[in-house]
Design a binder for this molecule. Structure first.
Ligand SMILES: [Zn+2]
Length: 472
């Protein structure tokens, strides 16, 4: 079965066919770096990280570009407030964001272009649009895109140009022919960073950067353009207008948009002041928790962030990790092995079916939970050895396709494991010798360290709680 993806442009789900066999090009709009990033920014990066991981696991080579907007009104305003250089301020927030993406187990993009380092390509792009008469320089040094000259403007957001016209007017200081026209280049204002251009000193408008970067880093045509659904209009609409007017070709084959992360029913945003920064989140939870939160519902739907949802997500991670506890029994084959093998094969197939359905991560997770149940049942039945380990390896492999680290789970491979096992043996000996008080003391002291013992028909197993702390 083919991979089906929902395309905002067509409002339909269709089989994905890459432009070049075996290769996928993805451009995802990144943040404007002027403050601490919040978990809403991470959501888009997480969604497209899963998309990318699934393509790579399916054998594609992925070229993945994410930009940093480092020239922008908000950056300049904040830098002026703090008496800092705007480029230095943007650079420090971009550096922090990259560190946080790594902490969230988000694979590094192929390229992270910034406005400040793409200026020649941006200027050349605008020059090309002027040559094609899709854009015009204004007497004040601004350059505008001529919306009325673009016959299919509005096709992504399905807006009618005449409807838009009735609600818009030319703002003071704008030197454009039509209220719908948008700035490609803004003439320099005092106290702002500015770059040389054929139209005098100035800086780019916001939308042009992504068109220029995508063309420069990828190709005229790309497979997937992604971002939050708050970017559909005007940002992505304008990107399409710019790129297609310059190249004469359709820009992205598929437009993918993720839903917004909401806190108390509202979009998380700096301007609303209702945000949880990535730093705050990671102080209290593991990266897997945020990822699991995103994976649990459709990437296209809004995601509500509450303490209850986070607690529920923590339990789901623990459940997944319960399957990674070592085996204690001595059975290597038999009915338990056969039934686990069947579930492993079914899980692999069902996982792919789920992900092929527009990256249905919630359904993919459901298949992993079935595998967890089968692994734990087989352990209780005394299974160990190759089949048991293959079950755990499949769980790890598929969880990794979703970007889950399940860290702390391989307690059997950590430095503490032999000592925990030694104490379990010692406790068993104490119990045999009817030294109950000492045996209980071993158990209680291990519990105080976060290691819980569980006595079963095939001996004692253990679980390490506070796994994230342990990994740190
Ligand atoms: Zn963009």
């Amino acid at each position: 079965m083919a991979l089906m993806i929902y395309n905002t442009l067509t409002r339909q789900t269709a089989p994905f066919e890459p432009l070049k066999p075996g290769e996928v090009s993805i451009y995802v709009c990144g943040p404007t770096v002027y403050a601490d990033s919040h978990i809403g920014h991470a959501m888009s990066a997480l969604v497209f990280d899963v998309v990318r991981r699934y393509f790579e696991w399916s054998g594609y080579r992925v070229r993945h570009v994410m930009n940093f907007t480092d020239v922008d009104d908000k950056i300049i305003r904040r830098a002026n407030e703090q008496g800092r250089d705007p480029m230095e301020l943007a650079d420090s927030y971009a550096t922090t964001f990259l560190e946080q993406l790594a902490a969230l187990n988000i694979l590094p993009a192929t390229a992270y272009p910034r406005v400040s380092t793409t200026m020649p390509q941006i200027v050349a792009f605008i020059e090309g649009l002027i040559v094609k008469e899709a854009a015009y320089p204004a007497p004040n040094g601004d350059v505008y895109f001529s919306v009325r000259g673009d016959a299919d403007y509005g096709k992504l957001s399905r807006r009618d140009i005449d409807d838009m016209r009735s609600g818009s007017r030319i703002a003071p200081g704008e030197d454009k022919d039509d209220p719908l026209d948008f700035a490609l280049w803004k003439a320099a204002k005092p106290g702002e960073p500015a770059w040389d251009s054929p139209w005098g000193k100035g800086r780019p408008g916001w939308h042009i950067e992504c068109s220029a970067m995508s063309l420069h880093e990828l190709d005229a045509q790309i497979d997937i353009h992604g971002g939050g659904n708050d970017l559909i209009f005007p940002h992505h609409e304008n990107e399409i207008a710019q790129t297609e007017s310059l190249t004469g070709q359709s820009f992205a084959q598929v437009w993918m948009h993720n839903g917004m992360l909401q806190l108390a029913g509202e979009k998380m945003s700096k301007s609303l002041g209702n945000l949880v920064t990535i730093e705050e989140f990671l102080q209290h939870h593991s990266a897997d928790v945020l990822r699991m939160l995103v994976l649990t519902s459709s990437y296209r739907a809004p995601l509500t962030y509450t303490a209850d949802v986070v607690a529920d997500t923590e339990r789901k991670i623990e459940r997944l990790m319960s399957a990674l506890r070592p085996a204690t029994g001595g059975l290597a084959e038999g009915a338990a092995a056969d039934s686990l093998s069947v579930v492993v094969a079914k899980t692999r197939a069902a996982f792919r079916v789920a992900m092929d359905d527009d990256f249905n991560s919630a359904a993919a997770l459901a298949t992993l939970f079935e595998l967890v149940r089968a692994i734990n049942t087989s352990r209780d039945a005394g299974l160990s050895g190759a089949t048991f380990e293959a079950g755990q390896a499949t769980l790890r492999e598929l969880a990794a396709v979703l970007g889950l680290r399940l860290e702390g789970a391989p307690v059997s491979q950590t430095a503490a494991a032999p000592f925990i096992e030694l104490l379990i043996e010692l406790r068993a000996d104490l119990r045999l010798a009817k030294q109950w008080a000492l045996a209980d003391s071993v158990r209680n002291k291990l519990a105080a360290l976060g290691v819980t013992l569980e006595d079963g028909p095939n001996g004692t197993t253990y679980e390490v709680k506070k796994l994230t702390n342990q990994a740190e």
